[in-house]
Write a protein of this length. Structure first.
Length: 297
């Protein structure tokens, strides 16, 4: 890259980090990624990891705006939570300590909610970017993932949000319980998934029993691993939908993410008569980081 960036955008998660060399107009000049996520680094290791990542992007002053788990208590430096309701970027950046001349590293704070207690870190930037790309949008944003988030947005603000352990529970059950013997496959059964969604949504109170029934049906009825795996996912997503019914029923809903999870959550919502809009998570993250950089000028 021959052109020196005006600033650098960084999305630093638990497992990975992505960086983009940016112009003042929000154009991407270059990008880089590494597996040196927050979970692998001590506080003193963040600055060297960053310099390794962006080392070829000029030798002058480097102003970085970052989001994600880099601002967690276990990250480079803690960026205190701001409270909802409010704008997804309600406060200034938290500056991390640096030793490299000309380097400044500002972190976007996460958001918290008192009742019911909930937190987010990184998703607020995606919401800010989504709203920047879709001015005047009101409704519910659903961010699938390890910890799916339902986020109510109105008048440019986050009104409330709720987080579940749906993805993490799926990983735990399929990898570390008796169900691992029934779901060990890469195959997928769409019909079994939608059946699980319907059952989980209709009877969330029976979830624990229906989860064990997957194992029993594998032993007694020859339930195939592809169907068992898909039903497990469907039951958990269905129970999540049941708990979040007021967030999607009759509401404008937008899915924001990427990959297979978009497909499963889209299918689950469509089976309930919801036609979700869709947004790319990376595009929204970049737009949100750009909005944070502009607000910090």
């Amino acid at each position: 890259m021959t052109e020196t960036p005006d600033w650098i955008a960084v999305d630093w998660g638990t497992s990975n980090v992505r960086a983009w060399a940016m112009t003042a107009q929000g154009t991407v000049l270059d990008e880089a990624a590494s597996d040196k996520g927050m979970g692998k680094l001590a506080p003193a290791e963040f600055e060297p990891a960053l310099l390794d990542l962006i080392g070829g992007w000029g030798d002058g002053p480097r102003r970085v705006v970052a989001c994600g788990m880099v601002g967690a208590r276990q990250g480079w430096t803690e960026a205190p939570y701001a409270r909802v309701p409010g704008h997804p970027l309600p406060t200034g950046l938290t500056m991390a300590p640096t030793t490299t001349p000309g380097l400044s590293f500002g972190i976007i704070p996460g958001l918290c909610q008192n009742d019911p207690a909930d937190v987010m870190r990184g998703e607020e930037t995606k919401v800010a970017g989504f709203l920047a790309l879709n001015p005047g949008w009101d409704g519910t944003l659903l961010l699938p993932g390890t910890h799916p988030k339902w986020i109510s947005v109105s008048a440019g603000e986050i009104v409330a949000f709720r987080t579940s352990l749906t993805g993490e529970v799926f990983a735990a059950l399929s990898g570390h319980t008796v169900l691992r013997h029934s779901v060990a496959t890469e195959q997928w059964d769409d019909e079994a998934f939608l059946g699980g969604v319907a059952e989980g949504l209709a009877r969330p109170e029976a979830l624990m029993n229906r989860l064990f029934a997957i194992r029993a049906e594998s032993l007694l009825k020859g339930l195939q691993p592809s169907a068992a795996k898909a039903r497990l996912s469907g039951l958990l997503i269905g129970a999540d939908l049941a708990g979040a019914r007021g967030w999607w029923l009759g509401a404008r809903v937008a899915l924001m993410g990427a990959g297979d999870l978009m497909d499963t959550w889209r299918a689950a919502l469509q089976a309930q008569g919801v036609a979700p809009e869709e947004a790319d998570a990376t595009q929204a993250t970049l737009a949100g980081l750009t909005e944070a950089w502009r607000r910090s000028q």
